[in-house]
Every structure is written in C-alpha cells, then in structure tokens.
Design a protein around this ligand. Sequence first.
Ligand SMILES: N[C@@H](CCC(=O)N[C@@H](CS)C(=O)NCC(=O)O)C(=O)O
Length: 236
Amino acid sequence: MSTGKKPTLYAVEAIPAGRLVALVARIVGVELDVKPIDLYAKEQLKPEFIKINPFHCIPTLVDTDGFTLWESAAIASYLIQSRTPNSDLYPAKDLKKRLTIDQFLLYNTGTLYRSLTDVHYAVFQGTDPVPKVERLKEVLETVNSFLEGHKGQMVAGGDKLTLADIALYVNLSYIEVIKFDITELAALQKYRAQVKEALAPYNVNGWCEQQQALLIKLLADFKVKFAEDQAKAKTQ
Ligand SMILES: N[C@@H](CCC(=O)N[C@@H](CS)C(=O)NCC(=O)O)C(=O)O
C-alpha cells in the first residue's frame, strides 16, 4: 500500500459516524482525502456514488488499493487493524476483549445512536417526541448504571482507551447537540470527561469543538431547508 495516495473518505466529518472515522484516522496517523457529501442535495443517491456504495450511506472509505468499506465502526476498526495492528484500541490477539469492544460498538450503533436520532427525527418531522425522549432517557440511565458499577474503568475493562470508548464518546457528544439534560447522570458525565481527556492529544486546535459547532450549524440549516420545502410542498 505504498502508492503515496491517501485513502478517500466520503463523509460529513461533523456527523457522529464521520467524526468517529476522522478521529480514529488522526489517532492512527492516517491522512484521509475527505470528500464531503451533501445529504440535503441527496448527493449520496447519485449514480457515481451508488457505484462506490450501493447502500448509499456515509461515511464510506475507499482505501488506496480500492478496498471499500462502510459503517463507521467497521471503517474505524479497519483503520486501526490495518495501520496499527498491535494497538490497544482494538487488540487483535485478545478475542474476548475484541468481542467486548464489538459488543459496545454494536450497542452504540443499534441502541444509543438510534435512540438519539429518533428524538431528533421526531422533532424535525413534528411527531410526538415524548416517547422517544423517554426511550433515550432509559438508554442513558442504563449506560449510567453500568458505568457506576464499572469503577472508573473504560467500558471494555481496564484503564486503556479502546475503539468502544471513542465510538461512545462521539455519540455522547451528540447529547449536547440535542440539548438533552444529563446533569443527574453523574457517572456518564464523568466517563465522558475521562474519554475527552484521553483524546486530548489528538484534539489538535480544538478539532472536536469545531466539528461540534459545525454539526449544530448543519442541523440548524437542515431544519430551515426542511421547513422551506414543507411550506413549498403545501402551496403546490
Ligand atoms: N450506522 C451507520 C450510520 C451512517 C448513517 O446513518 N449515515 C447517514 C448520514 S448520518 C446517511 O448516509 N444517510 C444517507 C442515506 O442513507 O441515503 C454508520 O455508523 O456509519
């Protein structure tokens, strides 16, 4: 893989899934050629992108040898294993630790992220957000209870950061964006601060905060465009 070229990442880096991949790339020292995709303009549905990823979701990685991968956790795991195979972030030789990390990655995508975006979609679509907020509260309380009994360790055990912590951290940042109050979830707040501190060496020039601000702006713009389109549709 010594072509001198950079892997291409089709993504919006500010969005949690894109942020996870971009953050992990920084940690393992891979420079990516990031190609932004305008979701509102439905660029992901253009034939040229469908050719790259028939599932038309971002982030999507195309490595320098043409290997193509989507789903942020799979991409992040691939970057770690292909570039830093001995990394504690995803310990290749420790089956049980690796699967514990996978377990949290799957929970993060299937349960935590889902419950966060469900609240967001309900607000956007003008449907009743209360049941979705209740579900999110339930999920976060479960994570909080787990952390309370986990004695300050990282989620997969021990004090070393793993990919599971980075993925959870990125989604826990999303909580701020939707302004969900977690002041009563002390263990969750403490864990978020702990991971933030561990990631500080990679947060060069406040990159994470910049992405957070961009995400807030992106979602606000999205809301305006969505309302305009709804209004236009009503007059037609
Ligand atoms: N579980 C996926 C989530 C990715 C995802 O939801 N991508 C959205 C944007 S946030 C997307 O590409 N939507 C466009 C589409 O599916 O057409 C991951 O972690 O990569």
